[in-house]
Design a protein around this ligand. Structure first.
Ligand code: NDP
Length: 510
């Protein structure tokens, strides 16, 4: 299936001229400095079938009730394909296949042999990287630059990394004997579909488990392309099973009595529902939930670099990022200057066709999410905050939102406390490090944060005092398979990535 691309938005280039104010002359200055011609990535060679079945026991299988749902391209609203709607019967078939594969094949295979399969999968992701990046962009709306340079290479890197652990587990847990947990149910969201799949499937397989994975309803496509990779890699049947569907399909997986472990990434709201369902069972679980990341800029920070960092922290992937730096805390002395530069930089961002290689901000993932963001923008206005949106032009079709900031907010405002999951930044000021830390910690979340300063001592003190699973200093949104990631408070339980990411997938005997 091919897609029409190109929204013909020609906009000003990034950064080079140093603006003094975000007025219209300045925008013209940017535009005059350098214009980008459209540079759409071709999707003509991408094969998207009209219909996708579940992937169970090594084969693509019809759903028991023969019901399908559609997934659209959020940038064009065109239907991409149809996907099987998973029922509890489908989930049961997948769990049975995973159990059989676990008992008869995967758990008894040596770590060295498991590692070979996982390496092969990693290499095949690299081989199909262009196709996977384009597919991810069409299905989810994220800019091709991000899916090409971040999502897909990182997904391969997680498989490479955990392939390396498969035959070294006894060194990972000195003095203990790690044994696999069994059949793992894995539920992932729509913001990083292939990458979240890799965070979950790679450590599970390395540790000797088999999996049933449910991708998000709006972005199941790369998971099914991944199923093709598993099949083509010769992975034993039933080791990886993919069941598509909506929330009920996920709930059926959580409730299945023969699942030993649940790994979930998504909203705090659904995370709490899952935690309640699992209470009183012997199932292990790890939850990676929402966030409201504080990004703290001290007055000794290099302002231009901090502005780039703030932009990346909130506008990367349209702000659909659980660890997004969605709350900027800036020290009073530099607030005015920083906000002025930030507005000018926002005006240079290109919002539009996600398949265009010049696009900075792509489409909002779904109509539902678009409406949620719009609702929060209204809430912010009604809460009395000052509102600024970039002057970016938007395509006429699809779901697009301009980069947005709110100043003059207070700590108790809903837009400061609640996860918006869109390109919306709140800005607060502070006078002392103590005040910054108190404000940073004053939400129910504790997933990620950032600090910008010239002083190492401030980095350490702030890092020690802000309760978040990750703190980036003088950078933001940097990921590496060797680093653990996860939250405190309502941001979740357990860690993914690195050695820590193996813990949820093993039981440790003596
Ligand atoms: P959800 O938490 O609902 O979805 C995450 C995954 O869980 C999806 O695969 C979803 O299926 C599935 N799911 C939904 N309900 C259940 C259930 N009862 N039992 C088991 N699995 C379930 O996120 P949404 O996609 O609905 O987004 C809602 C909000 O959550 C967003 O606006 C955003 O604020 C936040 N969010 C946060 C994420 C994060 O990483 N912090 C990621 C995604 C969303 P399905 O896709 O079919 O609904």
């Amino acid at each position: 299936m091919s897609e029409k691309t190109g929204t013909n938005i020609t906009k000003a280039a990034n950064g080079s001229p140093k603006p003094s104010s975000p007025n219209s002359d300045l925008k013209n200055e940017f535009a005059a400095f350098l214009n980008y011609a459209p540079a759409p990535e071709s999707s003509e060679h991408i094969e998207i079938k009209d219909r996708y079945q579940h992937f169970i026991d090594g084969d693509f299988t019809e759903p028991v009730k023969n019901r399908y749902f559609k997934s659209i391209n959020p940038a064009t609203e065109a239907v991409l394909s149809e996907f099987a709607e998973g029922t509890s019967e489908d989930v049961d078939a997948a769990v049975k296949a995973a159990r059989k594969a676990y008992d008869k094949q995967w758990s008894v295979l040596s770590g060295k042999e498991r590692g070979k399969y996982i390496f092969r999968i990693a290499r095949m992701i690299q081989e199909r990287s262009r196709e996977l990046a384009i597919t991810e962009t069409m299905d989810g709306g994220k800019p091709i630059r991000e899916s090409r340079d971040v999502d897909v290479p990182l997904a391969a890197a997680y498989f490479f990394y955990y392939a390396g652990w498969a035959d070294k587990l006894k060194y990972a847990f000195p003095g203990k004997t790690p044994v696999p947990v069994g059949v793992c149910g894995q539920i992932i969201p729509w913001n990083f579909p292939l990458l979240m799949l890799s965070w979950k499937i790679a450590p599970a397989l390395a540790a000797g488990n088999t999996v049933v994975l449910k991708p998000a309803e709006t972005t199941p496509l790369t998971a099914l392309k991944f199923a093709e990779i598993c099949r083509d890699a010769g992975l034993p049947k039933g080791v990886v099973n993919i069941v598509t569907g909506a929330g009920q399909t996920g709930a059926a997986l959580v409730d299945h009595p023969d699942v030993d472990k649940i790994a979930f990434t998504g909203s705090t709201e659904v995370g709490k529902i899952i935690q309640k369902s699992l209470a009183g069972t012997s199932k292990k679980y790890s939850l990676e939930l929402g966030g409201k990341g504080p990004n703290i800029v001290y007055d000794d920070a290099p302002v231009d670099q901090a502005v780039e960092g703030v932009i990346n922290a909130i506008f990367f992937n349209q702000g659909h990022v659980c660890c997004a730096g969605s709350r900027l805390l800036v020290q009073e002395g530099i607030a005015e200057k920083l906000i002025e530069k930030l507005k000018a930089r926002m005006d240079s961002l290109i919002v539009g066709d996600p398949l265009d290689k010049n696009t900075d901000i792509g489409a909002i993932n779904s109509k539902m999410q678009f409406e949620k963001i719009e609702k929060y923008i209204e809430i912010g206005k009604n809460e009395g905050a000052e509102f600024y949106q970039s002057s970016s032009e938007l395509p006429s079709n699809g779901f697009f939102c301009k980069p947005t900031i709110f100043t003059g907010v207070s700590q108790s405002n809903r837009i400061v406390q609640e996860e918006i999951f869109g390109p919306v930044l709140t800005i607060q000021t502070f006078r002392t490090p103590q005040e910054a830390i108190e404000k940073a910690n004053n939400t129910p979340y504790g997933l990620a944060s950032g600090v910008w300063t010239d002083k190492g001592s401030k980095i350490f003190e702030t890092g020690k005092s802000v309760r978040s699973g990750v703190m980036w200093s003088n950078t933001y949104n940097k990921f590496d398979p060797t680093s653990p990631f996860g939250g405190y408070k309502e941001s979740g339980i357990g860690r993914e990535g690195g050695l820590h990411g193996l813990y949820p997938y093993v039981n440790l005997g003596h």
